[in-house]
Write a protein that binds this ligand. Sequence first.
Ligand code: HEM
Ligand SMILES: *[C@@H]1O[C@H](CO)[C@@H](O)[C@H](O)[C@H]1NC(C)=O
Ligand SMILES: *[C@@H]1O[C@H](CO)[C@@H](O)[C@H](O)[C@H]1NC(C)=O
Length: 227
Amino acid sequence: MIGGGLHVYITLVALLLSRAYVHALAVPADLETREAGSKYCTTSGSASICFAEFSSSPSNPTFRLAVPDKSAAPFDTLLQIIAPVSLGWAGFAWGGGMIGDPLTLGWPNGNKVTVSSRWATDRTVPAAYRGATYTTLSSSKNATHWSLEVVCSGCSSWSGGKLSTTDINTFAWAVSKNAVSQPASNASSFSIHTNVGMFTVDPGVAKVSQSSFDQYVAAQKAAPKLA
Ligand code: HEM
Ligand SMILES: *[C@@H]1O[C@H](CO)[C@@H](O)[C@H](O)[C@H]1NC(C)=O
Ligand SMILES: *[C@@H]1O[C@H](CO)[C@@H](O)[C@H](O)[C@H]1NC(C)=O
């Protein structure tokens, strides 16, 4: 038999090494990486498109992503964020973590949504990121949700990483229940997330033909809608 002290020691080491322990104490439940399960298809004018869709629960946003069928980054990307009105901001991390990748943030401002381009080098308010630029296709807020649809140039490739067109990509998200300090400004400060999570997307699910991508973007620019 193992002596008491050694047994406690072994148990402690086993506990420290176990994923369950790490998840229970250090990582919020939503950080357990999940797979974007479904495809969401929609139309705009005569254009149709499908997005990879992910939502961990109705109290967190739905994220939808579409990318053109290129053989390698860089390419423009389409992102939708549909957030419950209870959320003051929501962010999407293109490289799967807070630090060292393009962050796309949205927050409600009246009946519209402000988009903000950020980059974090540490675990404080992320700074403005000029490597990514956005075209807002639609943004709105109603009694239950606020929603944002953007084309991003610069979100598929960055210093230190890029999206894969063949392998699974991991993304991360963060949200806060607290409103940002200056909703009309994309340079606003805001407070730390109240929830974060990660999910993976198979490029096969998010890919659309370049012509579908372009036709959908053109149709949304002409008559924006977010279904
Ligand atoms: C006021 C701004 C922010 C502060 C002070 C902050 C701080 C932190 C801290 C202390 C952690 C580690 C502990 C924890 O999990 O809670 C963390 C993790 C995380 N943050 Fe932030 N954060 C901020 C904004 C953001 C934004 C805008 C995003 C995404 C758009 C984001 C995404 C994440 C993610 C995904 C994690 C967990 C995975 C990882 O470590 O990369 N954070 N943040
Ligand atoms: C805010 O918007 C301006 C004008 O589009 C842009 O030049 C700037 O980079 C944006 N800043 C952030 C933090 O998104
Ligand atoms: C409010 O907006 C959400 C997200 O765009 C949409 O799904 C929902 O149908 C809208 N509700 C109403 C009453 O229009």
